[in-house]
Write a new protein. Structure first.
Length: 193
């Protein structure tokens, strides 16, 4: 779905009257863009200079990018399921199940994007110096994805009645936000003009 669309098709779909893709898918794609930039730093670091940890980081970033693209599609499906549940008047249980799914996917987006941001400082430190700004931008995009997913989760939690689910989602998102913020702050502290 999202992976098979051009950038223009995706953007036009977001800007359309359809309910999906919407904010969650955009957050996921933003996180995937961040991962791609950090991967690029790994790719552009000469092989002779690439420490094993940078090769591991590239593998992890590729997996996170692919996961975030999957989550963009999952979010679009979850949003459509929420609309269907409310339109069909299938009852409170059906609506709550759809809302939990539409909340859990952004939690997963936040966690995957957090992992991208958390990997970026090592990529910036070990990658080729000329590509360091790409790692910083990648981390910033990942943090934006985490923050955006957090906004979605908090909005949805206002509608979810399962308190244990809500508490778990809140804790997970807050942890992701702290980690992403710490990673970006570390990069900003070490930025060179």
């Amino acid at each position: 779905m999202t992976a098979d669309r051009s950038v223009e098709e995706f953007l036009s779909g977001v800007a359309s009257s359809q309910v999906a893709p919407s904010a969650g898918a955009v957050a996921a794609v933003t996180g995937a863009l961040g991962a791609s930039l950090c991967e690029m730093v790994c790719v552009h670091t000469p092989t002779a200079e690439t420490p094993p940890s940078l090769a591991d980081a590239r593998t992890e970033l590729t997996a996170r990018r692919e996961r975030l693209v999957e989550l963009a599609a999952a979010d679009a499906a979850a949003i459509e399921a929420v609309q269907t549940a409310f339109d069909a008047s299938g009852g409170a249980d059906h609506e709550q199940a759809a809302l939990r799914r539409a909340t859990d996917v952004p939690v997963q987006i936040a966690e995957a994007a957090r992992d991208v941001a958390d990997t970026a400082p090592a990529v910036a430190a070990q990658g080729t110096r000329n590509a360091r700004p790409d790692a910083v931008v990648g981390a910033s995009l990942a943090r934006t994805a985490v923050t955006s997913a957090g906004v979605i989760v908090r909005a949805n939690l206002g509608l979810v009645t399962d308190e244990a689910f809500a508490d778990d989602a809140r804790v997970r998102v807050e942890a992701a936000e702290r980690t992403a913020e710490t990673a970006v702050s570390a990069l900003a502290g070490g930025s060179e003009g």
